[in-house]
Design a protein around this ligand. Sequence first.
Ligand code: UFG
Length: 342
Amino acid sequence: MSEKKCVLVSGGAGYIGSHVTVELLSAGYEVVVADNFSNCDRTNYEGVCAITGQRPPLEEIDCCDAKAVEGLFSRHKIDAAIHFAAFKAVGESVEEPLLYYRNNLTSFINILQAFANRGGGNVLFSSSATVYGEPDETPVTEQSPRKPATSPYGNTKQICEDILRDTVSACAGLRGIALRYFNPIGAHPSALIGELPRGIPNNLVPFITQTAAGVREVLSIFGNDYPTPDGTCLRDYIDVVDLARAHTCAVTRMFEGRMREDYEIFNVGTGRPLSVLELVRAFEKVNGLKLNYRFAPRRAGDVTAVWADPSLANRELGWKATRSVEETLSSAWAWEKHIRGI
Ligand code: UFG
């Protein structure tokens, strides 16, 4: 029997990283979790262990520390890395650009360097639909133009995609995939892992669940005068477990030598646009509660509408989003209740 492949998940104790770790372990891969716990605690790591009945090695390192990354690669035989270890708050990135450029670029470069030092490997980069900016046409395909980033955070996603492309082309044994996520929401159906935002949530769904839990008084819906059917923004909300499965499919594609190019890009979305108001109403309906919300002015930097054409990922990765928005919003509420002890 062939040896199990080992996947490094940097940022593996975070929201998406923990869901990906569960899917990789369930698919039979070995996983090494690396995290410096700068933006999360151990809840999700312990949740992963409870769900899978396994305790993947946990490397408490900062991926910005090149020596520490090199040490990790010498302790484990890493066949692929999925890189999540990055900051992700758009507003904070505007205030602290150097923090974002230093952290998000350095950590990724260190991981690529460790593979390059070994003559190659497989790298999956966690990119974002933010690279499309305000698209001229929707849905967006991977061929849709990238727009100039409107925040340092968004710029780090574009720069890291380019770093991966260029490094793959210079290093014969290296392969790379960038997955462009749309709006990841929800939690594992076990309610043992999920999103744990620190302070006031920036994103819509954690704000909704915290409002429902009484932690926030009222949800502000940013703008109801957009040129959309109900005046609120349109997004492509992708269930985090569906999103996690896309990573397993992409890693398997790399290991099985099924890539068409050494660097590939896939949209990971549902292909189904939903407005903020539709999402709020779906949350109320599926969970049988009323949410306190009000309309507020537009939020700076928000695009009107962006959703994915996921057909390339459907075809090439053999992956498709399967969970309904109702299932997803009920998992988000179950997770909020779990962590609040409601
Ligand atoms: N929104 C509200 N009230 C809130 C929070 C959000 O009305 O309290 C609205 C926003 O205005 C937007 C929608 O809900 O219309 C979604 O907002 P999120 O902050 O949840 O998500 P974004 O679409 O702004 O951004 C997300 C990720 C980014 C990523 C981007 C890519 O948070 O990291 O998708 O499109 F870059």
